[in-house]
Ligand binder design. Structure first.
Ligand code: UTP
Length: 291
């Protein structure tokens, strides 16, 4: 079997304006909004770490400095907690060391493709992962772990997909599927927001990517797509045919935390699974629903 270069770097685009969550996101980055007691960005970083990724590259913008603070030493907090005998494990996974993290600015939110391109110098000439923190992928093993395992077999470009009911397909980007092999599907094309009758599948692109460095050259042209934004999907679509391109159907749950109902669903679903608050939340939910 061919040895593919391992995925050691992940890009987290976190420079978007998060307008769907205003006014909450006026002064707080969307990616710092918590699902229970962990900010969305922390779930994504933990998922990348579980997949063996070592360097986390954040594409940030103005007003996003709390993300850097979140992954830094909190000297006063840590010293006070230690002095008072507080449970230090509450801060687990929140400190990224120099060498394990890098921050680069996207000066204007010109689109997801542009955000990824802003990380090109740090990514360099190696394959890399992209994780969108507002899509919470919940499973064991995690989504990126499932993808990295598949990548060891396929190489090339890889995206995660999930299957949705047909009537939801027009809201998303979907794949035009080729040959299937278990959870793997060959990607023959990508179609953004198709009408139900034209949709080539119900497998939607879901916020996790493993990409070859050549995508940066494609993004270099800064061509604008849907919504006047520089789209990652367009750049990926251009690589189909010249490099292997596959999708992994994620065995797990996806919560679209970029929209309000998805965010509430994630909070409820993850709460119900928790040993500390699950039973209490279930009672509350049943009471509210009048059962
Ligand atoms: P979204 O499409 O959800 O956009 O971006 P958004 O700006 O965050 O939110 P709304 O639509 O205004 O409510 C998906 C991911 O890509 C990042 C976002 O931060 C988010 O994590 N992104 C998007 C960038 O980093 N830069 C961009 O120019 C656009």
């Amino acid at each position: 079997m061919t040895q593919h270069r391992p995925i050691k770097k992940a890009v987290f685009p976190v420079a978007g304006l998060g307008t769907r969550f205003l006014p909450a996101t006026k002064a707080i980055p969307k990616e710092m909004m918590p699902i229970i007691d962990r900010p969305l960005i922390q779930y994504a970083v933990d998922e990348a770490r579980e997949a063996g990724i070592e360097q986390m590259i954040f594409v940030t913008g103005r007003g996003k400095s709390s993300i850097e603070d979140h992954f830094d030493i909190a000297y006063e907090l840590e010293a006070t907690m230690a002095e008072r005998g507080k449970d230090m494990s509450l801060l687990e996974g929140t400190r990224l060391m120099p060498g394990n993290c890098a921050y680069v600015r996207q000066q204007e939110p010109l689109g997801l493709g542009h955000a990824v391109w802003c990380a090109r110098d740090i990514v360099g000439d190696e394959p890399f992962a992209v994780l969108l923190p507002d899509e919470l992928m919940w499973g064991a093993p995690g989504c990126m772990r499932q993808m990295v395992d598949a990548y060891a077999r396929t190489g090339g470009n890889l995206i995660s997909v999930i299957e949705v009911p047909d009537d939801e397909v027009p809201n998303y980007g979907v794949i035009d599927p080729g040959a299937e092999d278990g959870a793997l599907t060959e990607v023959r094309g990508l179609v953004e927001k198709p009408a139900i009758e034209n949709a080539p599948s119900n497998k939607i692109v879901s916020g996790r990517y493993i990409l070859q460095p050549e995508v940066m050259k494609t993004l270099q042209s800064h061509e604008k797509g849907a919504g006047g934004e520089i789209q990652l999907t367009d750049a990926m679509a251009r690589m189909i045919g010249s490099q292997p391109f596959n999708a992994v159907t994620f065995a797990g749950a996806r919560y679209d935390c970029g929209n309000k109902a998805g965010y509430v669903e994630a909070t409820l679903a993850l709460s119900l699974e928790r040993s500390d608050i699950g039973a209490e939340v279930r009672q509350v939910a049943e009471r509210l629903l009048g059962q």
